[in-house]
Design a protein around this ligand. Structure first.
Ligand SMILES: Cc1cc2nc3c(=O)[nH]c(=O)nc-3n(C[C@H](O)[C@H](O)[C@H](O)COP(=O)(O)O)c2cc1C
Length: 336
């Protein structure tokens, strides 16, 4: 009943995709989602190529089902593409910057399907022109980096119309079976859930970060420029905390630009891919399981969907629940 063009084309059970989320959606989460019949994506973020290779192998050690790797072109190099080709990754997704055309051509020639996340119909048309096999339409309510021009309910049909018949996935504000059915009703072939899977056992987010997602209401996130220390044109949606509340409402250029070093203190410490890293105020890196410090001063990326999330299930149980809820929405709420 939940079969779509997406499930048929990618050979998965459900049109349920877990978003690529740098630092927090690692192999453990992606493998659990794919293993349960959804489609898991590893957020590679700033992962060096050898770590990326190990992550791909870690997914494959758990499941032989399809999964994806999310790359951010500004933090990636041709080597990352070579690793994905060498390891026969089914899908590579890109976001924010356009991937170089030769990366897309090489992936396509190697049988790796390319998806590009977009925030407007114009960006969607450019993605298709670049060779994307599918496009993720991200609405303004989505957690993480976000420069969408409209909410999910409007952007998804607008993108579907702009690039038909190219498959479209919907992202932003979706957290349960109602959101999944809504995404399909809007013309999407699958729904992408980010914050919902951030609040799962397998996500590598700090426990207090997860707790705050559970505690948040739908109005407790803000879209700001605050976290641009390491990503200057960053517009992100995340949970409001002391830092966000202090700087919310200010526009580009980001406020920290005028501050001296003393006003950009170290707010914590973390370990990234085996290396110790001090966390400086205004850095965009969200706190992971090994981060210590003051979460009131860190980037707690999350979508408006946080307001719909109240538990921390294992990801596989979440996939089954989303599918079950969607079936009952269709059976119980829609009548001839
Ligand atoms: C913690 C977090 C990190 C994210 N990191 C990335 C990323 O590295 N790459 C990417 O393409 N999108 C990233 N996103 C955005 C997601 O791909 C997706 O658009 C978003 O999560 C959908 O909205 P939702 O959180 O309401 O489900 C991130 C989102 C969150 C919540």
């Amino acid at each position: 009943m939940l079969e779509t063009r997406f499930t048929a084309e990618y050979g998965v059970e459900f049109p349920i995709v877990s978003a690529g989320m740098a630092f927090v959606s690692r192999a453990r989460l992606a493998a659990a989602v794919s293993g349960a019949g959804g489609f898991g994506i590893v957020g590679a973020g700033a992962m060096p190529p050898h770590v990326l290779r190990a992550e791909i192998d870690a997914v494959r050690a758990v499941t032989d089902r399809p999964f994806g790797i999310n790359l951010l072109p500004r933090f990636a190099a041709r080597e990352h593409i070579e690793v994905c080709l060498e390891r026969d990754v089914p899908v590579v997704t890109f976001f924010w910057d356009d991937p170089p055309a030769d990366w897309v051509r090489a992936l396509d020639a190697g049988g790796v399907r390319v998806w590009i996340q977009v925030g407007s119909p114009t960006e969607a048309e450019a993605a298709v022109a670049l060779g994307a096999a599918a496009v993720i339409a991200q609405g303004t309510g989505a957690g993480g980096h976000n420069r969408s021009v409209a909410g999910t309910i409007s952007i998804v049909p607008a993108v579907v119309d702009a690039i038909a018949p190219t498959p479209v996935l919907a992202a932003g504000g979706l957290a349960d079976g109602r959101g999944l059915v809504a995404a399909l009703a809007l013309g999407a072939d699958a729904a992408v859930f980010g914050t919902r899977f951030l609040a799962s056992e397998e996500a590598d987010a700090h426990p207090e970060y997860k707790r705050r997602v559970l505690a948040a209401g739908v109005g407790d996130t803000a879209h700001t420029w605050v976290f641009g220390f390491d990503w200057p044109d960053a517009q992100v949606r995340g949970l409001r905390n002391a830092l966000v509340s202090a700087w919310e409402g200010r526009d580009w250029p980001p406020p920290y630009r005028d501050l001296d070093a003393a006003e950009q203190p170290t707010v914590g410490a973390t370990e990234v891919f085996g290396q110790e890293l001090p966390l400086v105020r205004f850095m965009g890196l969200p706190p992971t399981a090994v981060t210590s410090g003051d979460l009131e001063q860190m980037s707690l990326l999350a979508g408006e969907s946080a307001g719909l999330i109240e538990d921390l299930p294992p990801a596989a149980a979440l996939v089954a629940r989303l599918a079950e809820e969607a079936r009952s929405v269709i059976n119980d709420r829609l009548r001839d």
